[in-house]
Design a protein around this ligand. Structure first.
Ligand SMILES: NC(=O)c1ccc[n+]([C@@H]2O[C@H](COP(=O)([O-])OP(=O)(O)OC[C@H]3O[C@@H](n4cnc5c(N)ncnc54)[C@H](OP(=O)(O)O)[C@@H]3O)[C@@H](O)[C@H]2O)c1
Length: 335
């Protein structure tokens, strides 16, 4: 058996992660046991949630220990198999770790077969045609209960999830207001057909700008950011509005000092439903979601947006850029 390259946690980050927080190490590739298979990573997913796994605090995943490989979603190809359902050559997506080869069993978290369609680049199955699209769909429809004609507000709207939410909301007949943090991101939202695109860094009154774009109020707020963004937007919700709490990236780099949201009383005033979610807690809708995402891409209504770099060793660099707010679309690394 050959060598495996892994990226391990060398030091717990303080604030935005730094290159010294990670180390590339080499080891021997293990042998899959009965019911297991060896996967060669083809596309590594770079996600804000990983930042939470690097702190020594409880989350929905056990924290990564010093010296352990970074945990994350990955798309790969089975290269050795001792599992009849996952023969060599099968493409699989699963929650794994930052290693160019890793062993999975049939009950790995988030394990799905991927059947790449002709003409669609493989990395999109880790983006809008994969976990990103599923997260957008689950948050918007299963949690946010968005309906045609409603007004949807999205934060971090030029990012992986946000850019997908905005597009599938438009494809479903909603009005879409996007908020993001640079002129380039505003242009991206405009190009994707959002009804309004607001740069929160450039405005002196975000609440006034969102109110002007949506004088009717917000039916669904798909929030990726939390903190001050959530606090400012809650009073703009309509009666019986829904807040789909997808993430709170605003506090991931500084989890010891979360911003206290002072506007929660609005939940009562406007009978708002606010719910957090984890995509893979909704297995019953994922098949339908995938079918609809595939359809929207075929029809040109969903343009998968990604920033892709090549080389396993570039995973930390991509993650640092993501957690610095520098990326547009889904951040991915091809191996
Ligand atoms: N619940 C689930 O199952 C699930 C699944 C996937 C992702 N998520 C969550 O969804 C959210 C978006 O994830 P994504 O993968 O789509 O990432 P992303 O939006 O592609 O990238 C992150 C963006 O967040 C914005 N941001 C706002 N405050 C920030 C801060 N303090 N530090 C860094 N960035 C900040 C930046 O855009 P601006 O310039 O616009 O501020 C940045 O470009 C995250 O909160 C993530 O945890 C949840």
């Amino acid at each position: 058996m050959g060598k495996v390259r892994q990226i391990v946690l060398a030091r717990r980050p303080a604030g935005v992660p730094q290159p010294e927080d990670f180390e590339l190490v080499e080891g021997a590739i293990g042998e899959p046991g009965d019911g297991e298979f060896l996967v060669a990573m083809r596309v590594g997913s770079v996600d804000p949630a990983i930042r939470g796994f690097l702190d020594d605090r409880p989350s929905y995943i056990e924290p990564v220990q010093l010296g352990e490989p970074i945990k994350g979603m990955s798309l790969g190809e089975v290269v050795v198999s001792r599992h009849p359902d996952y023969p060599v050559g099968t493409f699989v997506r699963a929650f794994a770790h930052w290693a160019d080869h890793y062993i999975l069993s049939g009950d790995a978290w988030g394990l799905e077969k991927v059947r790449p369609q002709q003409g669609v680049e493989l990395h999109h199955y880790m983006g809008a045609l994969g976990p990103v699209g599923l997260t957008a769909w689950v948050g918007l429809f299963a949690v946010g209960e968005a309906k045609p004609g409603e007004t949807v507000l999205v934060s971090a709207a030029a990012g992986a999830t946000g850019s997908t939410v905005g597009q599938i909301a438009k494809a479903s007949g909603c009005k879409v207001i996007g908020i993001a943090g640079s002129p380039e991101k505003v242009q991206v939202m405009r190009d994707l057909g959002f009804d309004a695109a607001i740069d929160y860094r450039a405005t002196s009154d975000l609440v006034a700008d969102v109110s002007a774009a949506a004088p009717e109020g917000i039916d669904v707020f798909f929030d990726n950011v939390g903190g001050e963004m959530l606090e400012a937007m809650l009073p703009l919700m309509r009666l019986h509005g829904r807040v789909a709490v997808c993430g709170m990236i605003d506090q991931y780099n500084d989890a010891d000092h979360p911003h206290g949201v002072t506007t929660l009383w609005q939940l009562v005033v406007n009978r708002i439903k606010m719910q957090g979610f984890i995509t893979y807690d909704y297995p019953e809708v994922l098949e339908r979601a995938q079918r609809e995402l595939d359809g929207w891409v075929r029809e040109g209504k969903l343009k998968p947006l990604a920033n892709v770099r090549d080389g396993f060793e570039r995973l930390p660099e991509a993650f640092i850029d993501l957690m610095s707010g520098r990326t547009i679309g889904k951040t991915l690394v091809r191996i």
